[in-house]
Design a protein around this ligand. Structure first.
Ligand code: SAH
Ligand code: SF4
Length: 408
């Protein structure tokens, strides 16, 4: 059965693609090998009788099939003997999770809704992932959680209760399936008419800017990003992986030290009074604590700057004084400033600043030496722009979970 879900809102030209049935088969209930470290892979092989002296070699072989060739079926692993392939298939899965829908914006942006198993949350969960093609690059916006514990008042995800953290496998799977669907693996075909970079790889950049707060799921995000940047696998440069946080101060140093990716901070306000409202985590770690953590970000230099994201909200944070304060606040920190036109969602009271206001604000920021700071909204017609992601997944109440368990 093929499922498609049409949630394109404003633009009749946006398409919803029906995904072929074969791509929809969820993995059976076997443990996955995707998202394991090489050591864990070796140990998993030990459980099906592979002698320890072969673990390293076998783990490298599998790694290559998973992350360079993009294979999601053991049968395709031609340099592994048939009986071992069979044993692997009996014990483990490397199948992709289910794709519920794929929507394509008139500007080429793609949004997928993926379904992952319940893992204790009661029922299967759904998350969104967005692909943004540009000249010379393709950026994948990856989710780290289903819902979010935080409640930033301008963010649609913030209205969805936190359901659960995604596992390292689920974070990586978003990259793997996007590459499947775009034909971004060796010998794969890109769908006809797809808007993608004209040469080179189709997914060149990863931003952890989908649903959820990545630093509240540090271990899984770290594991996934270390695999994504592994030079013998997906091989994405750490300079092209950006993690965005609302300001989980205690984890910021570790992000640079243990993951080594680029950092983006959802700033959005230049004083604590307003930031307490827009980004409530500010009540726990205020601007001073946040900016101190930024100054200490490992590897920070003019060649490795922190991106400060600033959503433009009409009449709230968009005055010339705010722009001047922004520049003053960031003085001395190697920074890029990214002004994000507010993307509206059903039920929000905020409005996007007028275009002239954004330009005047940007001029002040520009004159202080920050280049081209306005982020072009993408995929608005399919509701895929920053802060518009929200899935229908809800945590089941305990009573419902118990009832489901009782049904077997
Ligand atoms: N939780 C993380 C990452 C996900 S949000 C964080 O908050 O940083 C990615 C970016 O989109 C953040 O800067 C967020 O503040 C911004 N954003 C959220 N809602 C938005 C909206 N409606 N319009 C524009 N940007 C939004
Ligand atoms: Fe969560 Fe980020 Fe949205 Fe805030 S902006 S509610 S931290 S996803």
């Amino acid at each position: 059965m093929a499922i498609s879900l049409d949630i394109a809102r404003d633009n009749p030209n946006a398409q919803t693609v029906t995904v072929p049935a074969a791509a929809l088969q969820p993995g059976e209930d076997k443990p996955t090998l995707i998202g394991l470290s090489r050591e864990e892979l070796g140990e998993a092989l030990g459980t099906i009788g592979v002698p320890q002296k072969q673990w390293r070699m076998r783990a490298s072989q599998l790694w290559h099939w998973f992350y360079v060739r993009g294979v999601s079926d053991f049968a395709q692993m031609t340099n592994i003997a048939k009986d071992l392939r069979q044993k692997l298939d009996d014990a483990f899965t490397i199948a992709r999770p289910e794709i519920v829908s794929e929507q394509i914006s008139v500007d080429g942006t793609r949004k997928w809704l993926f379904r992952f198993p319940a893992r204790g949350a009661g029922r299967p969960v759904e998350v969104e992932t967005v692909y943004i093609p540009e000249e010379g690059r393709g950026t994948l916006c990856v989710s780290s959680q289903v819902g979010c514990t935080l409640t930033c008042t301008f963010c649609h995800t913030g209205t969805q209760k936190m359901v659960r953290n995604l596992t390292a496998e689920e974070i990586l799977s978003q990259i793997l399936i996007a590459r499947d669907r775009l034909g971004d693996f060796p010998n794969a075909d890109t769908p006809q008419g797809a808007i993608v970079p004209s040469e080179g790889r189709l997914v060149t950049n990863i931003v952890m800017m989908g649903m959820g707060e990545p630093l509240y799921n540090f271990d899984n995000v770290k594991k996934a990003l270390l695999i994504a940047s592994d030079g013998d696998g997906l091989s994405l440069s750490k300079r092209r992986i950006t993690l965005s946080t609302s300001g989980v101060v205690p984890e910021i140093f570790r992000t640079g030290d243990e993951i080594g990716c680029m950092l983006a901070i959802s700033l959005h306000a230049v004083n604590d009074e307003l930031r307490d409202v827009l980004v409530p985590i500010n009540k726990k770690w205020n601007l001073k604590a946040l900016l101190d953590a930024c100054r200490n970000y490992p590897g920070l230099s003019n060649a490795k700057r922190i991106t400060f994201e600033y959503v433009m909200l009409k009449g709230i944070n968009d005055s010339n004084q705010d722009a001047l304060d922004l520049v003053r606040l960031l003085k001395g920190i190697p920074a890029k400033i990214n002004l994000i036109p507010f993307n509206p969602w059903p039920g929000t009271d905020y409005e996007c600043s007028d275009w002239e206001r954004i330009e005047e604000f940007a001029d002040i920021v520009n004159r202080a030496g920050y280049a081209s700071p306005i982020r072009t909204p993408r995929g608005r017609d399919i509701f895929a722009a920053c802060g518009q992601l929200k899935s229908a997944s809800e945590r089941m109440r305990k009573k419902e979970r118990d009832a489901m368990a009782a049904q077997g």
